[in-house]
Ligand binder design. Sequence first.
Ligand code: NDP
Length: 298
Amino acid sequence: MTAQIINGKEISAAFRKTLAQKIADFPSEDMPVLAVILVGDDDASKIYVRNKQKAAAEVGIGCEVMEFSSTIGEQALLNVIDELNANHHIDGIIVQLPLPKHLDRLKILSRIAPSKDVDGFSPYNTGLLSYNSPDAFISATPKGILHLLLSTGIELEGKHAVIIGRSNIVGRPVSTLLLNQNCTVTITHSRTQDLPSIVKTADIIIAACGQPCLIKGDWIKEGAVVIDVGINRIDGKLCGDVDFAEAVNKASFITPVPGGVGPMTVAMLLANTFAAFCRHQQSSHHCNCDHHHCNCQG
Ligand code: NDP
């Protein structure tokens, strides 16, 4: 078997095109605005923020980047978030991760108003996701993964999904999201025993462990769907957490790295920002659309 490639780049481009049209058609003079807080000098973070800014501009979302020194104090950062929370022109707020060690990530992320938490990392929104509430802002990478899975047309209900990784950013929210889709979910991590045997039972594999090419072809059940979230660099070359050359001969569908999950992440962040904008417009009685009908979540 040779797997069909799930082309995240194309799927993301189509999604962003549709989103741009929805934003253009939105009956308001206002424009959705995303505030991005960037702390420190991490080169990768700077690139991610620049990509978000560019992608936002392309769909008609304003993006205000606020840069701070890595020595900023916790209270000062909390004050910045308070100001953004109170600013009616700002629809979404994200804090680019990772943060310097002296800043308490949970405390900072918890400070973002739930209605502006478009990364969905706050305890409030992760709680709503656990309740399978339609009001949850689902964090971008997990939401993008679900979008890619749905794009294959496979039935998710009843499937065994094995997730490799339990981070708050990927593994845990993906597990909740797939549970909400009626998958049977197994979460694995660095202390899991006999990982290959567990992966072998999966109909759907979500690899999010940050270990280059860890998942080998002979770990994969014939016909499984493989979503590779990992972004690793070996000798300057990007690779995922799955040994693609082997896996492509076992899976039915597989995401490449790059060009799989990565491009979806920014698209989903933009969709969440537009959804926050729609909610704000509605709550301030500017919006004629019913959020649940305008499908602004994408
Ligand atoms: P973290 O480092 O926060 O978490 C990694 C997880 O993988 C942990 O739960 C860890 O277990 C587990 N793990 C590590 N080694 C093994 C192993 N040998 N076997 C089984 N489990 C293992 O990473 P993130 O979740 O933030 O990211 C994961 C990967 O996804 C990275 O490569 C990252 O770059 C990429 N990524 C890609 C994004 C995209 O847009 N495409 C977005 C976000 C991340 P334990 O908890 O026990 O330590």
